[in-house]
Design a protein around this ligand. Sequence first.
Ligand SMILES: C[S@@+](CC[C@H](N)C(=O)[O-])C[C@H]1O[C@@H](n2cnc3c(N)ncnc32)[C@H](O)[C@@H]1O
Length: 242
Amino acid sequence: MNPHPLITTRYSKPEDKPAFVERLFDAGAKHYDAVVDWGFFRTGAFYRRWAQQRHGLKPGMQLLDAACGTGLMATAAARILGTAETITCLDPSAGMLAVARTKLAARFVQGRAEALPFPDGSFDFLTMGYALRHVVSFEETFGEFHRVLRPGGKVLILEVTKPARNPGAFLFRLYFGRIYPFLTRLFTRSRDAATMMTYFWETMDACVPPEAVLAALQKAGFVQVSRKSMLGLFSEYTAVKP
Ligand SMILES: C[S@@+](CC[C@H](N)C(=O)[O-])C[C@H]1O[C@@H](n2cnc3c(N)ncnc32)[C@H](O)[C@@H]1O
């Protein structure tokens, strides 16, 4: 299952999505941190760390941050772990990885969540922040998450989820669909950054409901599969490899 139907204004065939997404983040990488910082009212670093802490990330754990981007999840994790040496950061975008490399001394690997270049049972904890919509298949992605985790290992996926009903849905659409891309263009003066944030909205708008994510995690063999919703807006999906 793809996280959303084809965004036909961006690509006409499913196989064209990865190249589009890679170009999108390569081009927007230098603006990403600033744009998500003010766009989420400077709460991002705190929230990422708080979520990781609440869901059981602890010093000594081997962590895989899949879709690490510019390293926002990993830098938050390093504060909990007390080191970046036990963190592996994976992302397909060379541009995003280049920014992340300037921030922490973790292991960086260019690759995709659907085909993880790691042996079975390599990690205790796996995070994916705000990137689930960009994979092409839940089956392949969650199958890989399951494979690379040790028994007892945990996955934590953070996402922004469109509220199901008004007035939340209306305000969400107004902010993420109109205001955020407009302000991004205004402040960065970059068409690439604005496209990145417009596509952010398009994929959230088209995304399958949370129940489909939970069902796919279960189907991949995970147990204790759950979703915690914060403010009806932020989804924290967790699951454990038995
Ligand atoms: C919105 S950014 C999130 C970055 C970071 N995790 C954070 O919390 O800010 C999405 C990231 O997902 C990456 N990505 C896109 N497709 C991917 C895939 N198939 N597997 C892994 N990462 C992917 C992009 O390159 C981009 O860096």
